[in-house]
Design a protein around this ligand. Structure first.
Ligand SMILES: Nc1nc2c(c(=O)[nH]1)N[C@H]1C(S)=C(S)[C@@H](COP(=O)(O)OP(=O)(O)OC[C@H]3O[C@@H](n4cnc5c(=O)[nH]c(N)nc54)[C@H](O)[C@@H]3O)O[C@H]1N2
Ligand SMILES: Nc1nc2c(c(=O)[nH]1)N[C@H]1C(S)=C(S)[C@@H](COP(=O)(O)OP(=O)(O)OC[C@H]3O[C@@H](n4cnc5c(=O)[nH]c(N)nc54)[C@H](O)[C@@H]3O)O[C@H]1N2
Ligand code: SF4
Ligand SMILES: [Mo]
Length: 700
C-alpha cells in the first residue's frame, strides 16, 4: 500500500503524518516518527482522518438552493455553472451596492486563511472576519508586536530546557494550539521544571503541573499586575535587561504599587501567598516560558489583560533566550494579501473601524470587521446594509455569540455562499454550497508556529475526492471571473513567493518534510526590538498615541459577583465556555461515529458543592442559563474546577437531528454568551468567558 508523508491539518495542524492510500482513498493515517516536532505522535482526531475524508456525508458537488432558505433542497450543478453564477451575483451586488456590502468570512487557522484575506482586499471589501480574532489570538499577536515588535512562542525545541513554565489560560496538551504541539510541550515539562497552571479548571495540562491556581475567570489582569508588583518591589526583575532594553520601568513601578497581592487575592480568588510564591518562582527560575492561551482573551478587558501578562516576560529577561519565550523567525516571506488594492476610502468603511482601532482600524495586525456589528448590519442596515456573505469554512451559527441573531442575519442576506466539507447548519441557510477539499487533498506551504514561523512545511495533494476543491482554487476561479487584481497569480504561484527566503521549491520542501533552520536567539542585539523606541515598551508609546491606557489596568468583568451583584441571587456561578476537548475541533466531527462514540454528549463541568446545591448528579442532563438564554448539557461533577465556576462545551449541534430546527439551540453554548457591549475598547472582544449563570436539573 503506498504511503505518503504529509502534515495533519484537522486542527491548526502540524503533526507529521504517514498517509496510507488505496484506490485513491486514505485508508489509515499514522504519526510520522521522522517529524522533528511531533515524533510519531498524533491525537485521536488526526488518526481518525480517514473517517472524516471518506465520510458518506462529505459534500461532493456544488449545490444550488432550490427550496426556501434552510429547507435543505438542492440541485447538484457543475463547477463552471456554479462559479459563473456565483461570480455574477457578486458582480451585481458590488456594482449596485458597493463591494463593502459583501462580507467575506472564514473559519479559524485554516490552510487558506491568508488567501481569503487576499480575496477580500482584491474584491475591495474591508469586511472580512473569522470567528476568533478579537476573541482569539489577535490580542496576543498585536500586544506582542506593540510591546516587543514581534510575536513570541515558548522555546520547546532547544537543548536548554525551561526551568519554569507557566500555562496561563492555556491547555496545550489538549489543544496543540497554533502549532505548539503537545509532544513538544510535554517533553519540556521535565522533573526539574517548575510548572504552574493558571486556570479555573484543573486541565490535562494542569494535572501534570506542580501547582494549579484556580483563578476567577476574567480577572487575569489583576493577577499579572500583582505579580509585576511583587517582582519589582522585591527587586527580582532582570536589572541588566530592563535597563538596557526596556522603557518605562519607573512609570510601571509607580503604576503597579496599588496592585498588591492582598488586593489581588480579593479580586482573583487566589491567596496572596500563592501570588507571591508564583511571582518569585517565575522570576527566579530561568529560563522560563510563559505560555498564554485563549483564557486571557474572551473578555471585555482583553488588551490590558494580555499586556499585563506580556510585560512579565520582559521584566524577567526571558525574551528570545534559549528555553525562554522566543521571538518568531518568520522564515517565510509574508503572504501577498494585496493590502494596497483595498482603497483607503474602502478601509474607512470597515465595520467597527472607528471604535475598535486595534481590530478594525488601519493600525490593526490584519484589519477585520467587528463581528457583532457586522451581523447587526445584515439586519439593521447600520451603518449600511451588508447584503452578501461568502464563507470559506466557518460555522457562525455555532461559533459566534448570540446565534439566534446570527440566524436572523443570515436569513436577511440577499446572497450567501458557503464552502465546507459538510452540510453544516450555517451552510443549510445558503444559496450555494461548495464542496471543499480535505487536508490530504491540498497543496500548501505553511510556517509554524502560526505567526512566529520558526519552521515550515509543504503539503501536496495525495488523494482526491472527485468534485471537491481546495478553497484557494475556488477563490482563484472567482477572482478570474471578476477580473480582480492579482488574479493572474494562482495560489500555486504564491508558494514560490513564500519560499523565496529559504531557497526551496514547493516540491523540494514537500519531499524533505520540515524545514527547520536553527533558531537565532537574542536577535535584538543586532537591531533592537521593532518598536518605536527600539526597546521593549513597558509603557506603550503606540497605545498612548492611540488614546488607550499605555500601562496595563484592571477592569472588573461587567457581569460578575462584583460587576453585577444584583444578578447574583438568580445567577450565582461564573460561566466559562468553549474549553476544548481532544475529540472535536469546534463544531466539527459530530457526525464522525468513531469520535462521537468517545464523546457522545455535550458536557458541562461543575464542582460537587455546586452539584449538591442544585440536586444534580454525574450524568444528569442539566440546564445552564444566563440572562440571555439557556442550553442543555450532561453534568460532569468534578473537583477539578473552582467551586464557583461552571464550564460548558461549545460547538455542539446534532447532525443526526439536523432537520429539527430546535436542535440547533438545544446545547449551543453561544445562546449563553454575550455579543452586546461592553466590548474591549481596542479589540472589541465580546464575552465568551467570565459571565454569570445558574444550573438546574433538566426535567423531561
Ligand atoms: N462559546 C464559545 N464560542 C467560541 C469559542 C469559545 O471558546 N467559546 N471559541 C472561538 C474561537 S477561539 C474560534 S477560533 C472559533 C472557531 O469557529 P469556526 O472556525 O467557525 O469553527 P469550526 O466549527 O471549526 O468551523 C469551521 C467549518 O469549516 C469546515 N472546514 C474544515 N476544513 C475546511 C477547509 O479546508 N475548507 C473549508 N471551506 N471548510 C473547512 C468545517 O467543516 C466547519 O464547518 O469559535 C469561537 N467560538
Ligand atoms: N481539540 C481541539 N483543539 C483545538 C481547538 C478545538 O476546538 N479542539 N480549537 C483551536 C483554537 S481555534 C484555539 S483558539 C485553541 C485554544 O487553545 P487553548 O488556549 O489551549 O485552550 P482552551 O481550552 O480554549 O482554553 C484554555 C483554558 O482557559 C481556561 N479559562 C477559561 N476562562 C479563563 C480565564 O478567564 N482565565 C484563565 N486563566 N483561564 C481561563 C479554560 O478552563 C481552559 O482550560 O485551541 C485550538 N485547538
Ligand atoms: S493535534 Fe492537530 S495536527 Fe496533530 S494529529 Fe491532532 S488534529 Fe492533527
Ligand atoms: Mo481560536
Amino acid at each position: 500500500m503506498p504511503v505518503f508523508k504529509s502534515i495533519c491539518r484537522v486542527c491548526h495542524g502540524g503533526c507529521g503524518a504517514l498517509v496510507h492510500v488505496e484506490d485513491g482513498r486514505v485508508i489509515t493515517v499514522k504519526g510520522d516518527p521522522e517529524s522533528p516536532i511531533s515524533r510519531g505522535w498524533m491525537c485521536v482526531k488526526g488518526l481518525k482522518s480517514p473517517d472524516i475524508a471518506n465520510h458518506p456525508d462529505r459534500l461532493k458537488y456544488p449545490l444550488r438552493r432550490t427550496g426556501v432558505r434552510g429547507e435543505n433542497r438542492w440541485t447538484e450543478i457543475g463547477w463552471q455553472e456554479a462559479l459563473d453564477e456565483i461570480s455574477n451575483r457578486i458582480d451585481d451586488i458590488r456594482k449596485t451596492h458597493g463591494p463593502e456590502t459583501i462580507a467575506v468570512g472564514q473559519g479559524t487557522g485554516r490552510h487558506h486563511y491568508m488567501h481569503v484575506v487576499r480575496f477580500a482586499n482584491a474584491l475591495g471589501t474591508p469586511n472580512w472576519y473569522e470567528p476568533g480574532l478579537a476573541q482569539c489570538f489577535i490580542p496576543r499577536v498585536t500586544v506582542s508586536h506593540l510591546t516587543y515588535g514581534g510575536f513570541v512562542t515558548g522555546d520547546y525545541y532547544s537543548s536548554i530546557k525551561p526551568r519554569c513554565i507557566v500555562f496561563w489560560g492555556h491547555n496545550p496538551l489538549v489543544t496543540c494550539a497554533d502549532g505548539e504541539l503537545a509532544p513538544a510541550v510535554r517533553r519540556a515539562m521535565t522533573e526539574d521544571c517548575a510548572t504552574i497552571a493558571i486556570d479555573p479548571r484543573r486541565t490535562k495540562t494542569a494535572k501534570r503541573c506542580r501547582s494549579w491556581l484556580a483563578i476567577r475567570p476574567a480577572t487575569d489582569a489583576a493577577l499579572a499586575l500583582a505579580m509585576i508588583n511583587v517582582i519589582i518591589e522585591e527587586g527580582l526583575f532582570d536589572k541588566e535587561f530592563v535597563a538596557d532594553y526596556t522603557t518605562g520601568l519607573t512609570l510601571l513601578q509607580a503604576h503597579v504599587a496599588r496592585y498588591t497581592p492582598q488586593w489581588a487575592e480579593a479580586v482573583t480568588w487566589i491567596k496572596a501567598e500563592d501570588i507571591i510564591k508564583t511571582a518569585r518562582t517565575y522570576a527566579l527560575s530561568k529560563p522560563a516560558v510563559l505560555d498564554w492561551g485563549l483564557g486571557l482573551e474572551q473578555n471585555s478587558n482583553s488588551l490590558q489583560t494580555v499586556r499585563a501578562v506580556a510585560i512579565l516576560r520582559a521584566i524577567t529577561g526571558n525574551l528570545d533566550v534559549p528555553g525562554g519565550d522566543i521571538m518568531g523567525m518568520n522564515i517565510l516571506k509574508g503572504y501577498p494579501i494585496l493590502k494596497d488594492k483595498l482603497p483607503p476610502e474602502a478601509s474607512k468603511k470597515r465595520i467597527g473601524g472607528e471604535e475598535f482601532k486595534l481590530l478594525a482600524g488601519w493600525r490593526a495586525y490584519i484589519p477585520s470587521a467587528h463581528i457583532p456589528g457586522l451581523f447587526r448590519a445584515m439586519t439593521d442596515g447600520v451603518p449600511y446594509k451588508i447584503r452578501s456573505l461568502l464563507i470559506f469554512g466557518g460555522n457562525p451559527l455555532l461559533t459566534v455569540a448570540n446565534p439566534m441573531k446570527v440566524y436572523e442575519a443570515l436569513n436577511a442576506l440577499d446572497f450567501l455562499c458557503v464552502t465546507d466539507l459538510f452540510m453544516t447548519p450555517t451552510a443549510r441557510s445558503a444559496d450555494y454550497v461548495l464542496p471543499a477539499a480535505f487536508w490530504t487533498e491540498i497543496d500548501h506551504v505553511q510556517g509554524f508556529p502560526l505567526v512566529a514561523e520558526n519552521y515550515a512545511y509543504a503539503q501536496t495533494a495525495i488523494t482526491h475526492t472527485p468534485e471537491c476543491r481546495q478553497d484557494e482554487w475556488i477563490i482563484d476561479e472567482l477572482s478570474k471571473r471578476l477580473s480582480l487584481p492579482g488574479s493572474d497569480m494562482s495560489y500555486k504561484d504564491i508558494f514560490a513567493h513564500q519560499l523565496s527566503p529559504t531557497g526551496l521549491t514547493h516540491a523540494a520542501l514537500a519531499a524533505k518534510g520540515y524545514h527547520t533552520p536553527p533558531h537565532k536567539y537574542k536577535k535584538y542585539l543586532e537591531h533592537g526590538f521593532r518598536t518605536p523606541s527600539k526597546k521593549v515598551e513597558l509603557f506603550s508609546s503606540v497605545l498612548k498615541r492611540m488614546g488607550y491606557p499605555p500601562l496595563p489596568e484592571y477592569t472588573e468583568p461587567p457581569e460578575g459577583p462584583t460587576g453585577s451583584p444584583e444578578l447574583l441571587a438568580d445567577y450565582p456561578y461564573v460561566l466559562i465556555t468553549g474549553s476544548r476537548s481532544v475529540e472535536f475541533f469546534h463544531s466539527e466531527q459530530r457526525q464522525v461515529a468513531s469520535l462521537r462514540r468517545r464523546h457522545p454528549y455535550p458536557y458541562c463541568e461543575l464542582h460537587p458543592m455546586a452539584a449538591e446545591a442544585a440536586g444534580i448528579e454525574e450524568g444528569d442532563w442539566t440546564v445552564v442559563s444566563t440572562i440571555r438564554g439557556e442550553a442543555k448539557f450532561k453534568a460532569h461533577v468534578t473537583e477539578d474546577i473552582h467551586p464557583r465556576v461552571v464550564s460548558v462545551e461549545h460547538g455542539w449541534w446534532f447532525p443526526e437531528r439536523a432537520m429539527e430546527p430546535e436542535s440547533l439551540w438545544e446545547s449551543n453554548a453561544n445562546c449563553l454568551t454575550a455579543d452586546c457591549p461592553p466590548y474591549d475598547p481596542a479589540f472589541g472582544s465580546y464575552r465568551l468567558r467570565g459571565l454569570l449563570c445558574n444550573i438546574g436539573r433538566h426535567r423531561q
